[in-house]
Design a protein around this ligand. Structure first.
Ligand code: ADP
Ligand code: MG
Length: 281
């Protein structure tokens, strides 16, 4: 297959939008699979009690399975809960189980409640490096549809935020609140956090509405919005019921090809930015 450039250091991408059903999980798993299929090592952290990313990646996440809940609440090392995804080489997942639905409340009374995921990931990455294991090129964190402590943990963990925007009515509603949240985290908990990428999802170019939404998003966020928009495609929505991403379920479908292209854009943009920074220095 095609090879994408390998980043200088692990890129940690938090996929967030407090609206449900905009394509967070679908984008997380398909971008992750696209990068993994292109020769990179990728970890997905499912940080949503729904566990939809775990389902799509085909990893065990029945109640009681060691999961991100144990990492967040019981200080279980990430190494002990991570699973290899059965359908894609070099793709790994920290699963979420229904146990996580209690975490939002349980976290409130724990020390360093905002930084638990970050610490666990940092430790895991450092242990892997010390053991001479291959570095993860990408880590994706899939968020629940809220701005609560689970999402705060994901924002503290990531450096880049990826916001999927569904090309629908009210697409931009709530976006200013999301951006405010990101800048608050940036000032208080994670200086490196920034809005890096916007991905237009469920795009139907035949409708004026979708075109208008896309144009408006590109006008507001010209740097961040990927050129590739993800089309609405039945194959994309069918894949999870087979425990798969669309990248393996139907690799030649319009949805899979679009996600691969979006993944390539992310991989190439990141590399360019790193090179420019190095030339400036
Ligand atoms: P979120 O994680 O933001 O709640 P999901 O990724 O779960 O959103 O997507 C919401 C629903 O839309 C799911 O049923 C998913 O299968 C479907 N969906 C997402 N992207 C597409 C697409 N490009 N084409 C068709 N259906 C899609
Ligand atoms: Mg989701």
């Amino acid at each position: 297959g095609r090879r994408f450039p390998r980043p200088e250091r692990t890129r940690i991408i938090t996929v967030a939008n407090q609206k449900g059903g905009v394509g967070k999980t679908t984008s997380t798993v398909n971008l992750a699979a696209g990068l993994a299929q292109s020769g990179l090592n990728v970890l997905v952290i499912d940080n949503d009690p729904q566990g939809n990313a775990s389902t799509a990646l085909g990893v065990d996440h029945r109640a009681g399975t060691p999961s991100v809940y144990d990492v967040l609440v019981n200080d279980t090392p990430m190494r002990d809960v991570v699973q290899r995804c059965p359908n894609v080489e070099s793709l790994w997942c920290v699963p979420a189980t229904i146990d996580l639905s209690g975490a939002e409340i349980e976290l409130v009374s724990l020390v360093s409640r905002e930084t638990r995921l970050r610490r666990a990931l940092d430790t895991f990455l450092a242990e892997r490096e010390a053991a001479g294991e291959e570095r993860f090129d990408y880590v994706f964190v899939d968020c629940p549809p809220s701005l609560g402590l689970l999402t705060v943990n994901a924002f503290v963990t990531g450096r880049e935020v990826l916001i999927p925007i569904q090309c629908e009515y009210y697409a931009l509603e709530g976006l200013s609140q999301l951006l405010k949240s990101i800048s608050m985290i940036q000032s208080h908990l994670n200086q490196e956090l920034h809005l890096a990428t916007i991905l237009l999802t469920m795009y139907d170019g035949r409708t004026n509405l979708a075109q208008q939404v896309a144009a408006e998003v590109r006008e507001h966020f010209p740097e961040q919005t990927l050129l590739t928009a993800i089309p609405r495609s039945v194959r994309v929505s069918e894949a999870p019921s087979y425990g798969q991403t669309v990248m393996t379920y139907d690799p030649n479908s319009t949805g899979a090809l679009a996600y691969l292209e979006a993944a390539r854009e992310i991989a190439e943009r990141g590399t360019t930015a790193t090179q420019e920074q190095r030339q400036d220095a």
